[in-house]
Design a protein around this ligand. Structure first.
Ligand SMILES: N[C@@H](CCC(=O)N[C@@H](CS)C(=O)NCC(=O)O)C(=O)O
Length: 318
């Protein structure tokens, strides 16, 4: 895998695990905020911001869903990287179906966007990136923060209501650790014990979600919130990628009746399906992590119908 060191791209060809074989995620470094009053230097202006995303990436996918549900497609432009991420160049822009070139900076590689913001940058070059076209710099590259600022700073439906914030954050804390990051801890583990620890905790957490979704239509109650957006982007990849590629295979999601119906319900909400690109998702994981899948074969299955009917409205509308 590659990364930037003092502003230079380095192909360090290492996997992601530490000496104990555990995957350790590094912290995002661009942490500015868009504000309604502009006091942060990043005012909430339509047309000013751009998102660099991968359709494969669950973290970037959250930002695309928020952009869509808030009706910000004409306000926030998007560039979509090629699904294949190499160590030699990292994420690149291409004309692969569903990808785009970089219409803003006309760069070939995403790392150039990071270099432009900070010529001495050291760290991983990740998506999503929220870019300010006026200041010509990265505002933020941490998906949980990007979705909150898009929700709070632009008009439209509210997916982070004040009265549910505490509950949402309480859910996010363990769901992030055990599920969103848990699939990566399982897949990128390089020792048997690190893998077993992660996969066990992952399925304990999914069991817990199954119980919550028996009681509640959505994670925080009867309203669809950022907690659901954050979980959905991991769940939609689960049976197609994480079960096989990341060895998260104690069960499949289709074996959890409540979770499976919940995934279908969200997939079928207006605007969501068009944010899901299963070709990019499978192609990225199965071809980019060559230490896990050296021949880069992309499996044809599983065959899953996300449009099949779900019983969530029957179950909760009474
Ligand atoms: N904390 C970040 C994580 C983003 C992230 O890890 N993105 C992955 C793609 S799924 C990436 O770009 N990885 C490239 C790398 O680590 O070199 C967020 O939630 O925005």
């Amino acid at each position: 895998m590659g990364l930037l060191v003092n502003g230079e791209w380095v192909n360090d060809s290492q996997s992601y695990s530490n000496k104990d074989g555990k995957f350790v995620r590094t912290n995002s470094q661009f942490r500015n905020w868009i504000t309604r009053d502009g006091s942060s230097g990043f005012p909430a202006e339509h047309g000013r911001y751009h998102l660099y995303v991968s359709l494969a990436c669950p973290w970037a996918h959250r930002t695309l869903i928020m952009r869509k549900l808030k009706g910000l497609e004409n306000s926030i432009t998007v560039s979509i990287v090629d699904p294949y991420m190499s160590g030699a160049e990292g994420w690149i822009f291409s004309e692969y179906p569903g990808s785009t070139l970089d219409s803003i900076n006309e760069f070939k590689c995403l790392y150039q966007v990071y270099q432009k913001s900070n010529p001495q940058f050291t760290g991983r070059v990740t998506v999503p990136v929220l870019w300010d076209k006026a200041a010509k710099t990265i505002v933020n590259n941490e998906s949980p923060e990007i979705i909150i600022m898009l929700n709070n700073c632009f008009d439209g439906p509210d997916f982070y209501p004040e009265d549910l914030r505490e509950k949402i954050e309480e859910l996010n804390a363990w769901i992030y650790d055990k599920i969103n990051n848990g699939v990566y801890k399982s897949g990128f583990a390089s020792t048997q014990s690190a893998y077993e620890e992660a996969v066990t905790e992952l399925f304990e957490a999914l069991d817990q979600v199954e119980v919550i979704l028996d009681r509640n239509r959505f994670l925080a109650g009867d309203r669809f919130t950022t907690a659901d957006i954050r979980l959905f982007t991991t769940l939609i990849r689960f049976d197609c990628v994480y079960v096989g590629h990341f060895k998260c295979n104690l069960k499949r999601l289709v074996d959890y009746p409540n979770i499976w119906n919940y995934v279908k319900e969200i997939y079928q909400m207006e605007g969501i399906e068009e944010t899901v690109n299963m070709d990019h998702i499978k192609k990225h994981y199965y071809t980019s992590h060559t230490w896990i899948n050296p021949n880069c074969i992309v499996p044809k299955g599983p065959i899953i119908d996300f449009k099949e009917s779900h019983n969530r409205s029957l179950k909760f509308n009474h």
